[in-house]
Unconditional design. Structure first.
Length: 393
């Protein structure tokens, strides 16, 4: 856990300004990543209400003056907030000014909302051809799904993610965190940065669009490819892998151990470390395909050996042999493990009991590393400051 530098960033994106009309998760995550990399992110919020996630608690966190949901805090650092009612003529003029001063305008409103307020790309480019716009939608902006509202859970259901998640004979299950929103936010960042690079070449901006549904389908990875290329309709495998064995949690004497021996060499090493070199030539387990056919027998055999010692002891032993293995941690233990591994997963802004703690960006950059310079803002915290800046332009 390290203290963050609160001074203005010299990050890689320090010359970019982002007008952020998004809320909830995918959009705010995208703009937070851009902010971590140095961009000036102006978060435009509804007066009095602000981002929906401000009230999505418990859990809550207080800095001594304001109490906010941890959900909101997780995706809104490194931003300045201004409160604007787009239905108000004067506020809409300010929103228009912010958009024209920005390099990127991002929203996740329902299709047609930005057009209704004259903040869409066609209108903005009449005055600023270099502006880049980005829309995050649920199901695209041109087809029959354009009017549908999209939330991570619903898209997990519709995209097949829930169908392939959970126990084999159990109910379909969502992933424990909002992974579709996360994927969509990351794709949005990739598209925006590609558009920035293209603008360096042409001087012109472009429109970027990414949908939750398309991101979810892309996120199916090998599972989606198996359908597209082999016309397979994948089903649930629980904690097992459809194409690799051993690749699941097994039971030591006091708890589970996750083992991923995903190559012939790793399989042989596992056999050696467990004192079962006979498995290497056992016709049930000789090849990966053999192990998949006999996966139940394989699990019985491995569990029998693991039962001879504790989970921690097995993890230490197998790690020394270079075998991918780990404990099945809860979230608290996961952060402790990352700390022990030298990953420094938590960043702190400020001092004392009211210091803001946040999950560190996974990006490491030698010259322009991501920084946490601002705690997530209260609604309209920087309204006067931003208005004064616009008045000077």
């Amino acid at each position: 856990m390290t203290q963050s530098n609160s001074e203005e960033s010299q990050g890689a994106l320090r010359n970019l300004r982002i007008a952020d009309f998004s809320r909830v998760l995918a959009g705010p995550l995208a703009t937070m990543i851009l902010g971590d990399l140095g961009a000036d992110v102006i978060k435009i919020e509804q007066p009095g209400v602000g981002d929906d996630t401000r009230t999505w608690g418990p859990p809550w966190w207080s800095d001594g003056e304001n109490t906010t949901s941890t959900y909101y805090l997780g995706f809104n650092r490194n931003k300045r907030s201004i409160s604007l009612d787009l239905r108000n003529e004067e506020d809409l003029k300010i929103a228009h000014q912010i958009c024209l001063s920005a390099d990127v305008v991002i929203d996740n409103f329902r299709t047609g909302t930005m057009e209704r307020f004259g903040l869409n790309r066609d209108n903005l480019t009449q005055e600023n051809p270099a502006v880049i716009t980005c829309s995050i939608t649920g199901f695209g902006s041109t087809g029959p799904g354009a009017e549908l509202a999209g939330y991570d859970f619903v898209v997990q259901a519709m995209s097949g993610i829930m169908h392939i998640t959970g126990e084999v004979e159990g109910e379909p299950s969502k992933i424990g965190s909002a992974m579709v929103d996360k994927l969509t936010g990351l794709y949005a960042v990739v598209g925006i940065l590609a558009a920035v690079e293209e603008r360096h070449q042409t001087g012109k901006g472009q429109h970027v669009e990414v949908s939750l549904m398309q991101s979810a389908l892309a996120g199916l990875l090998n599972v989606g490819v198996s359908h597209v290329t082999a016309d397979v309709d994948p089903s649930r495998h629980g904690n097992r892998h459809p194409s690799i064995a051993p690749y699941e949690p097994y039971q030591a004497s006091d708890g589970p151990v996750a083992i991923a021996a995903a190559s012939p060499l790793l399989w042989e090493r596992l056999c050696e470390e467990m004192g079962r070199t006979d498995w290497i030539t056992d016709p049930r387990f000789e090849t990966n395909e053999d192990r998949l056919v006999n996966i139940e027998e394989l699990a019985v055999e491995i569990n029998s050996e693991l039962a001879k010692d504790t989970a921690v002891a097995w993890v230490k032993r197998l790690q020394v042999a270079g075998i991918p293995v780990g404990l099945v941690n809860d979230v608290r233990a996961a952060f402790l493990t990352a700390e022990e591994l030298g990953l420094d997963p938590v960043v702190v802004l400020g001092d004392g009991e009211n210091a803001f703690r946040s999950v560190r960006s996974p990006l490491q950059m030698e010259a322009t590393p991501p920084t946490v310079r601002r705690a997530p803002p209260t609604n309209n915290q920087h309204g006067q400051e931003i208005r004064q800046e616009l008045g000077k332009n």
